[in-house]
Each structure stands twice: as C-alpha cells, then as structure tokens.
Design a protein around this ligand. Sequence first.
Ligand SMILES: [Zn+2]
Length: 1164
Amino acid sequence: MHRKGTNQHDVQELNRILFSALENSLVGTSGSTFIHRLYHGTIVNSIVCKECGNVSQRQEDFLDLTVCVCGVSSLEEALWNMFVEEELFEGNNLYRCAQCDRLVNAAKSAKLQKLPPFMTMSLLRFSFDFAKFERYKETGRYSFPLTINLRPFCEQTDGEDSDYTYDLFSVIIHKGGCYGGHYHVYIRDIDELGQWEPPEEDVKPKTQKKVKEVEKEVYEPKLQEDDPLSVLTAIIAQEPSKSVLLDQLGQKLMNEIGSSWSKKFRKHYGPIGKFLQSHNDVFMLVSNGTRVALKANPPSPVTELPGPAEQTINSSTTPDSGDSEQHPGPNQKPEPEPVQGSHWFDLNDSAVTSIRESDIEKQFQGKESAYMLFYRKTQLHRPQEALNNPPYKVPSHLIQMAQDENIKLHQMREKFEATNNTVELHLHLAPSYRLENGALQPLSKEPNGSIPLSFDRRKTVGDLRLAIYQMQELWEGDMALTVAKSLPAGLHLYNTLRDDSVSLYSAGIYTNTDLFVWNGREVCGASVLIGAEWEPVLLTVVRPYLGEDVEQHVEDEAEYEESKGGFENGGPGLKKEARGFAGGVTLSEVKEALGEPKESLLCQEHKGGKGREQGAGEGGGASGWRVFPPDDMQRTLKELSLKDGDALLVLEPQSFDSSVFTRNGDLVTVTTPSDSRWLQVEFRSHVKGGEGEKEEEGKRIKVLATGSTLLTEVKQRAIEELMLQELPGAQYCLRQVDCTGKLLPPVCEELSVRDAGVRLMTTLTLCPGKGPKASQLFLQFTVGTAPSAGMEMDIIVEKTCTVKECLQAMLDAVGIDGTCWHLRRLDWCEEVGEPLMEEDASLSELKISNGETLVVTEGHLPPKGFLKIPVWLYRDPKNVEADFNHTISGPAEEALMEDGQCPLVSGGNTAELKSVGLVEISDEAMLEDLKAQVLTLPALQDMCVPTTGFMRVWQMEGRRPARILRGPQVTLKKLKLSNGTDICVQQLLKEEDLGPKEVLLNVKMGVPGERFYYPPEELVWNASHDSSPRSLRSCLAAHFGLSPDSLLLAKHQPDKHMWEEISNWTQQVSKKKKKKKAESLLGAPFHLKDGDTIGVKNLLIDNNRKFTTVEDEQGQQRLREQAEQRRKGGQAAGSNDAGSQKKAGQTKSRKPEVALSINVGVFR
Ligand SMILES: [Zn+2]
C-alpha cells in the first residue's frame, strides 16, 4: 500500500470509506446493522453549570476514536485528557447557561457512553505546524497497552471489569514522512490459523561464524566457490535448521566466500531472489516464504529448531518468549511443544512474517510507528473449535467458492508456468556436421540445419534425452547433449549436460539454446575441443597475390575473395581468406595449419597504421604490418587477444623478393603492386555542371601512375589520350571529387600523386580552369552573403599575398570597385564569421588553407578589437500591460476579475523586443562599460537608470534572450561576445548582480484547481553548491513559504507549448555513480537557464496536477496544424478537429479517482 502525494486518502479515511461502503452494500440485508453493531460507540459531552447545576448533554457517535499524539506519551494519557479532565469555563471564557440565562462558570467533560465490541483508535500522528505552515509527522514515543481497561473513561462505571477490558488485535503501521510512505499491519492470529513460527532473533555474527567454521568441516569439505548453486546449497546444508532466513542469506554468503552476491554472481546469474526462484527444483521456501531450504533435505520439525548457539542467545535476549524457547540439549530428542502466547503476524504487501508480541513495542515511536490501533473486547471469547480451524463458521457456500477459486487459480498457474517454462531448443545433429577450422560446419549449405524442439525446462535432462531418442529413432549408441553456440567461425561446443536428474532450468538451458547431439567423443573421426578456451576465432588470412600460379590456386579455393582494387580489403594485390582457428592454438600451430614453412612470417595489422593507410597522405596505397615477435609464436590466439575478423598477413620467404613488401625491422610495408598503379581521369567540360549535364560517354580513361608520378604528367597523358590538345589555349586542371560528387579544389600539379594526397586507383576529374602552383592558394569567395552551394567564385592567389591584395583581386574578379569592403571567414556552421582584421598579414600567416571560402563583406573593417553589437530593448510585460493581449479563455478570466485578483499573464515569455540601435565597443571593455554605452543610444534617452546595476543585459540566441551577462567588471571578450551577437537590455526596479551559477527563473504558481497561473515572478536560484531538483525545490519552497514536499514543479517549453515535470524522486531513481552530475538541472535533460519559466503547483491545496494551460493547448493545436499543413504540402487545413483538441493534454494523465464501492451480494 504505497502512497505518494497528498490528495490520496490516508488509511484512516480509507477505513471510514470502507465502513460506509460496506454499510451501503448491506442495506436491506440481515447484515445491515453489521458495522454498527461491531464498531459503533457513543460519547456523551456534558456541560455542568456551576451556578445551578444544570447539565446540558450532547451525544456523539463514533466508529473510531481519534486520539491525540502531540504532547502525550501514551494512549492512556490521551484518553485521560479526553475523558477524565474537565475543561472549565471561567474568567473571560464563560458559558451561557440556559437555565440561569446568563454567562456562568461551568465545566465541560466527555465520557465514553456506549462501548463497541471492537474499538478502533486513530492516532493523530500527522499535525499541521501553523508557524511553519506545513504538515509534519509526530515521531515521538507513544505507548499503548496490549490490554486496556476503559472503565475510568466511561459514563457508566458499575459494570463487571470484563465489560471494559479490551485486547489489542491489530496495529496499522505507517512508515515514512507526512507526504508519502508505506503502510503495513500487525495482526494477531486469534484462532491460530496461520503457520506461526517464533522468529529468529538477530544472531551476533561472531558467534555465528565460530559455529559455522566447525560445521563447515563436518558438512561441506569441498566448496566450489565459483558456482552459486553449490555455494548456496552448502550454506543452507550446514545450517542446523536446514534453512536460512532469506534476508540473512546475503550475509552468510559473504561469510562463506568473502564476497557479496552482487559482486560475484549478479552479473551472470541475476538477483539472488531470481536465482533461487529459477532453481526451484533445488530450493524451496518455508516459514511463509521467509526462509529458504533445500528440497533434497527439507527441514524437519526437529532440525528446524534453533541450534545450540542460537538457543542461548535467544533465551537471554527474549525473556518474554517463555517456556517454548527452552529446548532440550542437542543429544536429547526434543518434543515439539506448542508455542504459548499470541500469534502475531506482520502483513507487508505480499509478505507475511511471524513476529513476537514484543515487536509491537517497536512501533511506539519513530518514522515507522503505529498509526491505527484495533482492540476487541476480551469478553469476545473464541470457542475452542475455532482454534486451528480455518473453515470454522464460514458458510459452506463460501468455502466452496474459495475452493473453486483455488482450483481455477491452480489451473491458471499451471498453464502460465507451462508456457512460461517452455523453451525453444535448436538441436544440431552430429551426422550433419564436420569439424573444420576449429569449429563445426554444417555439411549442407542450408541455413536452417537445426531441428527446433519446444520443451518444458522444468523437465530433466534425462527427459530431454529420452525425447530426442524418440525423435531420432535411428540413433545408435551414446547420446551426449552439449550446449553449443553459433560463432562467426562456426558452431562451437561448451558444457555437456551430464546429470540426467537435473532440470533444464538448473542446467542453465534458456530459450533459443543450441544443443549439439553427438556421441560425446568425436565428429567424423575428429575429436572436438570444447569449452570457452577453445572458442574458435575467425581470422582473415591475407597473402600476397603474386601472379598466375597463385591465380590458379585461387580458383580452386572457393573461399578466396578477390580483393584487387580495394584498399579496404587488406590492400591492393592481396588475397584474403577467412579461416577459423581454435582459440587455444598457438600461432605456430596456426602457421602449420596454413601449410606454411617455418621461415614464413606472420604479421598483424599495424595498429597505428590503419588510420594512416586510409588517410590521404600515403598516396601510393601502402599499408603497415607488424611481424609477430618469436615469443608470440608460442602464445595462443586467446592470449594474443585476436578477435573475429582480425587480419593475419602471411609472408612467405619468396615474397621478400617482390617489390610489394618492404621490411624494416619488424615492420612490413605493403606497397601497391604494378597492376594497381593507375589513376582514372574523367573529363568534364563544365565545372558547374548541373543535373542535366551528365559527363559525355567515353570521356574517361585510365592513366598509369605511381605514388611518385607528378600530377602534371597525369594531366598531360590524360589530355593526350582524351585528345583535348587540339583546343588551343584551353587550360585544364585536375580536381578530386568528394563522396557527395562535389568538386574539390584543383590539385597542385607540381606535386607527386603521393604528396598531393591522391590515392591510386581513384578518379580525378579534368576540368577547364587553372590549378594552383605550389606557392599558390585556390580560394572560393562570395560577395555580401554566406555562400549557397555552387554559387561561389574561384580565384588563385599567391600564398604570400596580403589580405588586402586578396580582397582587391576578388573585387577585380567580379568587377566591383570601391574601398568599402572587407573580408570575412566562414564560421563552422558556414555562416559569415569573423572578419580578417589584419589587412597586411599574408594569407599563409593567417593560415588560410587551400579551397577555403571567404566572404567579401560590405563596410569598413570594424576597428581592431571592436565589436559591433545590435541592441534590443526588452519591454517587460508588466510595463507594457496596455498593449498586452490576453488570450485567456473567457470564463476563467471573468472568474478572476470577479474575484478582484490581478490579471494573469499567460505564456510567460511574452515580452516585447524593440530594436534600439547598435553600439561599437572594444572587446576589452567591461560589461558595465557596455551598459553605459547602451544608455547613450538615442532611443534610450528616456530610460532612467540610477546605476548600471539596474540594467540587465541578455545575450540573444535565435531572437530570444537566452543568457544574462554577469559580472560588471568582466570584459566582453571573456563574456565571449563577438561581432554579430545581439544583446537585449532590460530595465530593473532593483539592482542585480548575479553570480556565475545563479539562475534567474520566471516562476509562476498555479491557481489551485484551475488551469492558469498567478503572474510570474522572477526568482534567483543559486545553483552554485547544489543544482539538483531538491535545491530548486527548497529555493521555491522558501520563496513561497511552503513545504518542499508539497510542491510539484515543471519547466515550460515555450516552443513546444509543453511542460516538462521536474520529478520529486530523481534522487531515489538515480543511484548511479554520476549521481551529482546526473541530477543537475543545469545539464540534460532540463538545461535550466536564465529566463526559463518554472510552473509550481502547491499540492496541499491544488488538486490539478496538470501544468498545461488553455494557451498551451492552443499552441500545441497550432503546431499540429502547421505540421499538418507542411505534410499536406501547404494545403489549407482550417477545420478545427475536435478529436485532436481532446488529445491536447500532453501531461501524463492520471486515472480519475473513483468512489469506492463494495458489493456483498447476498448477506447470510
Ligand atoms: Zn445555570
């Protein structure tokens, strides 16, 4: 019974609702007075006039008594205060007597008048602190007796003692604080129907260990510490009681193996509880599920009694448990004695545990303490027949009903378990496999060579074997079932199921397990290496591809792949072959298996070499390999951490004669063989070829080239072969094409293929135009705006030319004159970026690179170190109320106006921005200088600001104020203001100096029960020490004078018109290492920043947990319509869809609360 939040009913309320629902359902039956008869009592309140003695009385009914806890130490004291103490009317507080007809001294008192058979007491543990304006829970000590005599509190006191005596039979306990918690209940099993066992007291680990060490030798000489099944079995077996309390199992495991379950087994075996459950053929739960025992060796009544060590501790610590704990010595045969005293149980969710009567005292005080008490009259004796007799006086039709339900439940469980326990197995039969490359390969190439089999995993291995024998009638001889796994290299075998008596469950068989069915010795005469250490690795064996004789050989081997021309496939001129090898074999064994002579070298791809090989720098297409050192030859593939797909280069002695390999120490460079030495050149007559201009057919040729061939030679040969030389005076350049088909800057033809970063066997495009010399740069430029693709112009300039000269060359090229221009670079997102300030610096000094795009920008270069900053004025919605447009729906607004409350501001960020000009200021200037400059703008002449502290400066992002610039003495450079950044200034009514981690938030409190908010307030949240939701919560709580726990928070997302709830419980959810970081509201997912709007709900008085307003829904509707329109391709979608309006609420919908109704049917 979990409760969260405050608008849920508390258990006291639930009790009353339950009673009333029961009563309603019993109307008209013979049980209609049932609740009344059992629980109804009365109190009589009397006021006695001290003048005339007139008594005025008023009777009060109760089903439960609410008693004070605050300032009271016990139930008796509370009852004394209520029913014995008199309240006097005197002094200023006189009573008007009807008889005397004037104000008189009087005494007021109350007495219990009618006592119900069952007396329920609700303890007022929850109080309201009016000073702090918050709820709190009384956790002080408050005792209550097991038996109470109510005579002193009654009006009539002349009855028998037994008329007033009550016994406690149930206690509801609340655990937690006042805004959430958990209930459980202690119940006395009066008829002793449950299986109550004296709970074990906590045993001191020291004694326990001693006992264990002795027992260890006796019970379990060998312990396989890596096998949880074996460890747990041993632990339980060595307990004298043959069972272990579930919650002590962890500690016992720790004592046994020196490591916790989580540390040692959880990763592979899951939580311990699950593990026990999944091995229910080994373990069983006893004592109402609180203890675990072994099925094979279940606890007997004798062994279940505590052992000698525990016995002494028990008898010394639990004096109240009486005779029952005095067991005879271990050598005497103990007689099971019935346990005396009350049988109490703790019902906690699904767990029911036996407790001692003395445990009730633990609930006198604390966070977890008694909350409701249930007493019954001692007179209500239970007949002897009721003892241990569950069906006693239960009508037979109900017993029948329960039995029927149990049968149904049992059947359902069977069915569920059957489906839940069915595993799909894949059987692989040995006759259809051969052993090859260290793994099993199917003989046929069919992909589904396995036989599917559905099997109940509660059945044993023996059952499975039998089933397979039956399926495979022709099977002869032994049958071994071995767990297999399909690896890249083939099928590999792991553990063989040897014990026919264990279930598949315990044998670790899950659904989709592959099982290899064989004779357990060999496959096709070859013995099989099984287990993880022999897992085969699928290596890519790379060999040089040297000539026809190799080619001949290649044709025989189907697995050879041609890799000529692919750098990715291990290098040009290399052949690669996938071969599997058992992980346990050494490299020299691999060499032998490959049929290589001793002198052959094995090489591994050079780790650093991979990137270099793929980079542009190599030119010739060489790749780097490292020869395995001699020591490695005796190491296994596992030891060398070779993985599937790793490449292994085999260098045969004769390879060293070839020009392909260069060996330098243990490094081998594989260079491009001669048949790979070419470049493809294709001709394009137009550089800016659009879609329509596909290159002409046949204008593509191959030119022989090596890494050291100069690109001019390549060009010359291409021009000759393409017969372009007859076009007189035409200039051509070679350009590379990127993966999107875009032409890259022309290559420098003075360089070799390798130096220019051109790789062999790629394509170059021959275009009209000029290529740059080695001393030149090929630049692209646009005028005025950021370039759009294909609209750039090209220019070639000397690297040594200055920015000024470069600008002039560009202006000349486009035919613009004038001096009022400067050059800017592009920033990383291809927008016009920083200007090139140093006009006299050379392009190479400024590190302008080949192919870069510059923007010729109108206007003088801003003075050095000066920023040009467009300024906006933030017009606060409060100050521009006149032209503020309310969008609140009619009725809500009217309602508020009637109440005389201030008009609401919807949306929050509806401030107006107005452009007020531009300031030019040095980036060395401080923020306060910027503010002073801004104030000189003509448009702000009327703005009255006593000091710059009264002015807030926002940095804009995407036309929205996004960050408040902090620190009056901080320079603009440090604030990272740059040219092109817009700022926005806001006038404040009080001075402000925000710290670096103080966040300015707009907070608005929801109007209780409504879908709108009070006007937003600015709130500075200091997140410098703690930026967690809790910190924000307490900041807001302090601001509003409320308890943090009663607040519900959400961040508004103005773009989406949605609210993102800031959970109360983050801290409990994220127990990971990076807890602090993960919790920060400044990071993902909330990214709280200046100006964000935080919605606040006070759950104490607000039952509307949704943050969305009508405007949000309208906004969402607009967004949907816009999306719809975009989808429909601009088709007008004007209709107002009622259905989508309904869906508008984006916040999590809660199930509505419904009235509790109980149907009793026929009451007999
Ligand atoms: Zn009187």
